[in-house]
Write a new protein. Structure first.
Length: 237
């Protein structure tokens, strides 16, 4: 691996919570799986963002300006994307379902109007920008909620849309939802409850560490031709 390579991460609070209220995201516990002399892990995730709002606020444009050939980008959205477009409670984060090209207008609090696109359309923008910069994009399905792993799999539509966009746009996809679900089922409810810092969504440090291990294992399982950074066999102490 070339020195100076960067693994960028974008997402929401399940990826980066910075210890607020005891909450930590998996992106904050991923660096120990890589050699710091060969790779920098740069976590640009921001709490409360969706694939739409991360773009609208210019956060992706800032990251995109930093990308160089050989870098990789992990992209996890979904927790804040499924709110209904036009519903004030969704805080102008909701997207249209699916991967199509349809749009709908939503009024913004500042008086402007935004053309809202589908989840797949937003993901497509991330992947095309990353590939244009010579970076390798990896779509990551969301970590499951505390109560959505026992009998079913959380975020089935988000995962399906992400997998299809990655295939279509020449990126890669890792099923973090499925991997964490399997880990939770192996642990059981009592142990899973100890991994969360709130009622249903945000992990504590132990939960973030477990989820980061799942991400590292999934990246390690991708073919060498994927060009993604290769994790260590074990994290650094």
């Amino acid at each position: 691996m070339d020195r100076g390579r960067t693994l960028f991460i974008v997402g929401d609070s399940t990826v980066r919570s910075a210890g607020r209220h005891g909450q930590w995201g998996w992106g904050e516990r991923l660096a120990p799986w890589f050699d710091p002399g060969e790779l920098t892990v740069a976590n640009h995730a921001m709490a409360g963002r969706s694939s739409r709002s991360f773009l609208r606020e210019g956060r992706w444009a800032e990251l995109r300006s930093l990308l160089k050939p050989g870098d990789a980008v992990l992209i996890q959205f979904g927790h804040n994307d499924l709110g209904r477009v036009g519903d004030p409670a969704a805080k102008q984060r909701g997207v249209l379902p699916g991967i199509g090209d349809e749009t709908v207008e939503e009024a913004l609090p500042d008086g402007g109007v935004e053309q809202v696109r589908s989840f797949g359309a937003y993901l497509t923008a991330y992947l095309r920008d990353a590939r244009a910069a010579g970076a390798v994009p990896v779509v990551v399905s969301p970590v499951p909620h505390r109560d959505r792993w026992r009998d079913d799999v959380d975020f089935p539509e988000i995962g399906a849309w992400g997998r299809e966009v990655a295939r279509r746009e020449g990126g890669w996809f890792i099923d973090l939802t499925g991997a964490v679900t399997e880990a939770y089922r192996a642990l059981g409810q009592a142990e899973v409850d100890r991994l969360f810092a709130d009622a249903n969504t945000h992990t504590n440090e132990a939960g973030a560490t477990l989820n980061a291990e799942c991400v590292a294992r999934l990246l390690g399982a991708l073919p060498d031709a994927a060009g993604v950074p290769r994790p260590r066999a074990r994290p650094r102490a």
